[in-house]
Write a protein that binds this ligand. Structure first.
Ligand code: M6R
Length: 585
């Protein structure tokens, strides 16, 4: 989703901005632009498409500038709608969505102001210009007071070539400081790559940024001291190495992600909390939501504590009823997903304890939650989440074991340790899944079926295939198909069936027979050796404690999606219309 970079300091701004924007490319975007201030004038370059298109404009003179990668919300992806937006003496880049933009734009139009774009963001530059009477900071404050919705902005003023202003409201923004230089960015990698100290703005906070120092302000405009956030060198962009795509590299990293996540110390202060927990709520979006669906079975099986799994964007507007002694797990790879953060905030307001299950240290979700448990998947670049899903499962399984223990139930912790080597074997075995992908490229629709813990895997397999190959598909509970969707099944609908739960195996096989009888070809992923010959296309994966099997069974499905997408000429790392970090609701 949109990325912001701003620079002020001793170096030429444009190369730093371009490098910073490249480091944010993984977030997903459709156009990009930079504005550099020199001699009281802005030079603005915008392009539809990739950041590298901006480089062709040559080096722009000036030591202060702002840049942006845009993921279209209001107005089509185009050069015209790309940021920065310049109006009068001001240049602005914006992440987020202004909910009252129509009313604000109407006000501007009434004043006779012309707009150069169809974006909501351009009104910010207009309102700052309107509020400006010589005091840059005051003008930004007055304009911001009129905005509602989510925003992170960086602003330049041609009367103030020695400073930049940044404001955050419900959309992440980091300020970096170095030797006679400073930056602002929507995400750490742009700042980490420059080796700067990083400061995360909280909602309502702003910063007046100069090359020789930054003044931070709270939401009441009082100057405040802030502590810098620590980050590891992993915040720097990983390289592809021998791999053609990050998605394939990240699937190969699953065993390491699982083992590192399981090695992470589990805070002992949680034990008391777990003893008193009577119900778990998991809130998340997309792949993280599927990890919740799959983990529900492990938590309920091992700890016998009921689990409700909610899509965060639904939960936040559902006027939820939380039981007393509820524990909420907010699961997110990025820790920046707007809906998950809002769901976590709401759960806290309702009196629940919130644990963030998150992959990015210092992300916004960790600031909202009471506790943070970290998955250690490492940076994930591909928009399609893979290793982070397996790491979330590993962490949630570990959580299930600790909860079981806190509830006085016996739990085989040693079985967790086997998951990483078994994942390595599954990655190896799954190489032959590439042979299946040819049949999928011609499919009209693809079904993924499973029961119990396998249902979560089916959902995730389907999402993966949809988002990167653009093939329609559905993840379905195997027993539910005959209540409607079976009408769609035929020769051109391959059906992937997950079979890892002994107690449910015969029931799932009923679905296999039902779809085969309608002409569909079944592709079976099973850990149950008795079913090794059940269909012509069967992949036998290693077996583990059955409620943990999604962490292994999803691997062939991730690879199936990858190979299908690549065979269809899609870029699996940058699927159309999607962003890595979904910071708007
Ligand atoms: O960063 P998060 O885990 O909160 O992201 C949630 C979803 O946006 C994310 O999982 C999305 O569904 C992925 N593109 C799936 O591959």
């Amino acid at each position: 989703m949109c990325g912001i970079v701003g620079y002020i300091g001793r170096r030429s701004a444009a190369p730093v901005l371009l490098e910073g924007l490249k480091r944010l490319e993984y977030r997903g975007y459709d156009s990009a632009g930079i504005a550099v201030l020199q001699g009281g004038c802005f030079t603005v370059v915008k392009r539809k498409g990739r950041v590298r298109e901006l480089e062709r404009a040559g080096n722009l003179e000036g030591n202060v500038g702002i840049g942006h990668t845009r993921w279209a919300t209001h107005g089509a992806p185009s050069e015209r709608n790309a940021h920065p937006h310049v109006y009068g003496k001001f240049a602005v880049v914006h992440n987020g969505i202004l909910e009252n933009f129509a009313a604000l734009k109407e006000e501007c139009l009434q004043r006779g102001e012309a707009f150069a774009s169809e974006t909501d963001s351009e009104v910010i530059a207009h309102f700052i210009a309107h509020a400006y009477h010589g005091d840059f900071l005051q003008a930004v404050r007055d304009a911001v007071a009129r905005l509602s919705g989510s925003f992170a902005i960086a602003v330049l003023c041609s009367d103030y070539p020695d400073c930049m202003i940044a404001v955050r409201e419900k959309s992440p923004l980091i300020v970096g400081t170095g030797e006679k230089e400073a930056m602002v960015a929507s995400d750490l990698p742009a700042i980490a790559a420059e080796g700067m100290r990083a400061y995360s703005l909280a909602d309502g906070e702003s910063a007046l940024i100069r090359a020789d120092g930054v003044v931070f302000y709270d939401s009441d405009c009082h100057p405040i001291e802030k502590n810098s956030v620590s980050y590891s060198c992993e915040s720097d962009a990983p390289r592809l190495g021998e791999y053609p795509h990050f998605m394939l590299k990240e699937i190969a990293e699953i065993p390491k992600s699982v083992s590192r996540t399981l090695e992470e110390p589990f805070p002992s202060e949680l034990d008391g909390l777990l003893r008193s927990t009577e119900r778990i709520y998991i809130v998340a979006c997309g792949t993280a939501y599927h990890s919740g669906i799959a983990a529900k079975y492990a938590i309920e099986t091992l700890a016998r504590v009921p689990v409700e799994v909610h899509i965060a964007s639904e939960f936040r507007y559902s006027d939820p009823i939380l039981s007393p002694h509820a524990l909420v797990l907010a699961v997110s790879q990025s820790g920046e997903t707007a809906d998950t953060i809002a769901a976590a905030k709401l759960a806290k307001e309702l009196g629940a304890t919130v644990i963030a299950v998150v992959n990015v240290v210092g992300s916004s979700l960790t600031e909202v939650a009471d506790f943070a448990l970290y998955t250690r998947a490492g940076r994930e670049i591909s928009v399609a989440a893979t290793k982070s899903f397996n790491a979330q499962l590993a962490l949630l399984y570990r959580f299930a074991c600790r909860l079981a223990e806190a509830k006085g139930r016996s739990c085989d912790f040693a079985s967790l340790k086997n998951l990483a080597p078994l994942a390595a074997r599954t990655v190896e075995l799954s190489r032959r899944i590439a042979e299946w992908s040819g049949d999928f490229t011609r499919a009209k629709c693809v079904y993924f079926l499973g029961r119990g813990a396998d249902y979560g895997t089916a959902l995730e397999g389907s999402l993966k295939l949809k988002e990167i190959s653009y093939l329609p598909g559905e993840g379905y509970p195997a027993g539910e198909l005959k209540h409607g969707s079976l009408a769609l099944v035929g020769r051109d609908t391959p059906v992937v069936v997950l079979l890892t739960q002994t107690a449910l195996a015969e029931k799932t096989m009923n679905a296999v027979h039902e779809v085969e009888a309608r002409g569909a070809t079944v592709y079976l992923v099973t850990s149950l050796r008795d079913y090794a010959d059940a269909t012509a296309h069967t992949l036998v994966i290693p077996s583990c404690v059955e409620c943990f099997s999604p962490v292994l069974a999803v691997i062939p499905l991730q690879l199936l999606a990858y190979h299908t997408a690549v065979s269809m000429g899609r870029d699996p790392d940058k699927p159309r219309n999607l962003a890595k970090s979904v910071t708007v609701e």
